[in-house]
Ligand binder design. Sequence first.
Ligand code: FE2
Length: 435
Amino acid sequence: MKIFLPINLLFFLFIVTKGSLEYLRPCTRPSVSSQHHRSDADPQQVHISLVGEEHMRISWITKDRKVQSLVEYGTTAGKYDESAVGETTSYRYFLYRSGEIHHVKIGPLEPSTTYYYRCGGYGPEFSFRTPPSAFPVEFAVAGDLGQTGWTESTLAHVGARDYDVFLLPGDLSYADFLQPLWDSFGRLVEPYASTRPWMVTQGNHDKEAFPIIYPHGFMAYNARWRMPYQESGSTTNLYYSFDVVGTHIIMLGSYTDYNVNSDQYKWLQSDLSKVDRVRTPWIFVLFHTPWYNSNRAHRGEGERMRKAMERTLYEARVDVVFAGHVHAYERFTRIYDGKADHCGPVHVTIGDGGNREGLATRFKNPSPSISLYREPSFGHGRLRVVNSSHAYWSWHRNNDTESPVADDGTWLESLSSSAACNQILVPSKFPKDEL
Ligand SMILES: [Fe+2]
């Protein structure tokens, strides 16, 4: 008894002290399955995406193949003054046949306006809000979502605070060949993806290539998550760009040829040469496999792409690069070619959406000097672009009941407003009187 009490006290003090210094990570959570409860003609898996600055694409799936690709919409609930028709697609993957996948582009739309809409003339009314026409604008960012209890937690935290656009750097459903899981993922994210535009790029779990039969992969991803690639001069849904409120956002494909003679590389060069840094002072780039990573998971996997494309992004003065793939959070300083460089992009790994594979818990020690914050926890990030020169980045760790700010972020200065960096930009991108 004399020994028992001090040991108990010491154990208690250890727990209290450790708890106050370090977040104790909860266990992984099981997968969730989102069932279809509506009629066959009703829309399911509704999600929206930006198509130019005045239009939105509404995407949904019906079991009933006769439902028209029609979206009725207006600014008053239940009253639809406008309508637009689009197109449908579907695909087969081994024995699976998808429902009718509808894509309808609507607009022109007013900025900062809530629109109410109905899909195919059936089912429930949905609503979304368009992004503003001027700063500030806020992005929510999370990759490697999957569909587990932690995915639900991440999405609940994303939705609990207002934002304008959701950015996803790859690995959406973790269907991994089991096509019905794309459907359950679509239903899981619908409450969020039907209310704010979801702009995504693809990851390795989205590829689902199979030798000879489906050699190129991304069949489900391309059919279901159509992004505005044609509008940005791209020939494939696997890389594209778009503008929103003073930001030019480029989505690249980590699993599409990126070498200097590739179509993706040429498209990137062309896309960057057209960026007007007066109109869009910020450039953000997203792709799946990180170029910089001090986690022990997936080390070096992004190196070939980095060698091919890093100089291009550097010379264009890209502000931030977001990647996923590693199931943890890590924020780096501004980097070029492995070293801190105040004219290079900030690199952020944010593959922490909540998928079933769990967290990548082991980091390399000691931490490299270019890595400023790293933590293997599920969560999401917030990028609030305040004006043409400043943005605030923060990372919010998931917790059972709340989403506290864990990496209490950093103010970023746009490189286009940095006197030290914008002088060596390609002249055609910056009118002289704006430098
Ligand atoms: Fe991945």
